[in-house]
Design a protein around this ligand. Structure first.
Ligand SMILES: [Mn+2]
Length: 424
């Protein structure tokens, strides 16, 4: 972890300005009938999970260009996640990916204790072949035409549940690359039947207090059809499997211009929204940093999440799901966590009483203006104050750079290989 004196020194240099900015914003919000302290408390209570694999440099189908000090394994990844949380106070948990992060659960628990982290949903992997596996997933996994291959994929998911139980996780996320690359290659209906049958076996192995998340994706790695291609399919899966099955929505897993906030609203209405995977995109599943391309879309997603936050039974599991190809992954994750937290706070600022009034009276212009008023509010002083009060950094990236963390770990972590594609 980073020496706390470095964080304190960095904060000391910014604290006077922050106090003035916070007071000024507090006065402005007060005129709108908003208590800044209530918002700061919400910011302090916010958390989004970090995927363990996000701490390493990602890649495209073309190449991967690793940076210095790449994590060597899950212990290094958790160290990195611990520092991200230390500086942002907004990322209290890590989401593991099996088999990449497979290790002795007692070591994982020790590391979680040392880094102050908990464990979010487990992620299984049946979209690539491992050295020791008997059957290939080249033509699918949970929906494969061969029963033995499907059984192998089911067993892997059950194994992920067992590892998760040992470390206190409460959910399994199943994302599969199954689909087809050519029209006619597969029976769209029978392939889905096979998938449902296999997922039923995974569901049967789920502990009572666990949830099973299905995550849809319109295309890639299969480029003609995917088995779980859209939220309608994902909802069918969750409804057919049972009450512990829910849907995950990933911002990048849709066609351009799809109204994703409406999907969020529909899934909440169905009692089937399990959580959200945050990233941003310009064209497809770009996995860019949250809030960098379409911050207003991020805000509109949060607007639905906040509007419905008191829905009975709603228990959302939020994670960042990005690929960092040209930035320091830790810096991207810090900035992304802050941007997600920002959109959450902006959505919390929406005057919902006024909005409902405008909706009821069909005043479209003022309804839209009500959302814009919240979106345009600069909540930086609140985010900064929330971090300061939790012992984190007013400016996380500045503190990270001042700490020299990347150079320190680069001295002990050997350079990792670049080369071939690394998209996940
Ligand atoms: Mn995802």
């Amino acid at each position: 972890m980073i020496d706390k004196h470095i964080i304190e020194a960095e904060n000391a240099a910014r604290q006077t300005d922050l106090a003035a900015d916070y007071d000024a914003l507090g006065a402005r919000l007060s005129r709108r009938g908003v208590d800044i302290e209530a918002l700061t408390a919400r910011a302090m209570g916010f958390g989004v999970a970090i995927p363990s694999w996000g701490t390493g440099t990602g890649g495209t189908r073309f190449a991967r260009f690793p940076g210095a000090g790449e994590p060597r394994g899950i212990m290094d990844k958790m160290d990195d996640c611990g520092v991200i949380h230390q500086l942002t106070a907004a990322t209290p948990s890590v989401s593991l990916h099996i088999p990449w992060d497979r290790t002795d659960p007692s070591l994982l628990l020790e590391k979680a204790e040392a880094t102050g982290l908990g464990f979010d949903a487990m992620n299984s992997n049946t979209f690539q072949d491992q050295a020791d596996q008997e059957y290939s997933y080249k033509y699918g996994s949970l929906s494969h035409t061969d029963a033995a291959t499907r059984a192998q994929a089911v067993d892997h998911n059950l194994d992920c549940i067992e590892i998760g139980r040992a470390i206190g996780s409460k959910a399994l996320t199943v994302w599969i690359g199954d689909g087809s690359n050519f029209p006619g290659q597969t029976s769209l209906s029978r392939q889905f039947d096979r998938y449902l049958d296999a997922m039923g076996q995974v569901y049967a192995g789920l502990p009572d207090d666990w949830r099973l998340f299905s995550e849809h994706k319109i295309y890639e790695p299969a480029f003609y059809s995917t088995v779980v291609q859209d939220w309608g399919t994902s909802l069918m899966i969750a409804q057919e499997l049972g009450p512990k099955a829910q849907c995950l929505v990933d911002l990048g897993h849709h066609a351009p211009n799809v109204n994703i906030e409406m999907i969020v609203a529909r899934l909440i209405r169905a009692g089937k929204l399990g959580g959200f995977h945050f990233n941003d995109s310009k064209y497809g599943d770009d996995d860019l940093d949250a809030g960098t391309i379409e911050p207003f879309r991020l805000f509109l997603v949060w607007n639905e999440l906040v509007e419905h936050e008191d829905t009975p039974g709603l228990n959302l599991s939020h994670m960042i799901d990005q690929s960092h190809n040209v930035t320091d992954p830790m810096e991207s994750l810090m900035i992304s966590a802050v941007e997600i937290q920002r959109a959450y706070l902006q959505a919390s600022l929406v005057d919902r009483t006024a909005l409902e009034g405008y909706r009821d009276s069909n005043d479209a212009l003022m309804a839209a203006a009500t959302l814009r008023a919240a979106f345009r509010t600069d909540v930086d002083p609140i985010l900064q104050m929330a971090r300061l009060r939790k012992g984190a950094a007013i400016d996380p990236v500045a503190a990270f750079r001042a700490s020299g963390w990347r150079a320190q770990v680069a001295a002990v972590r050997p350079a990792s290989a670049g080369g071939g594609g690394g998209i996940v």
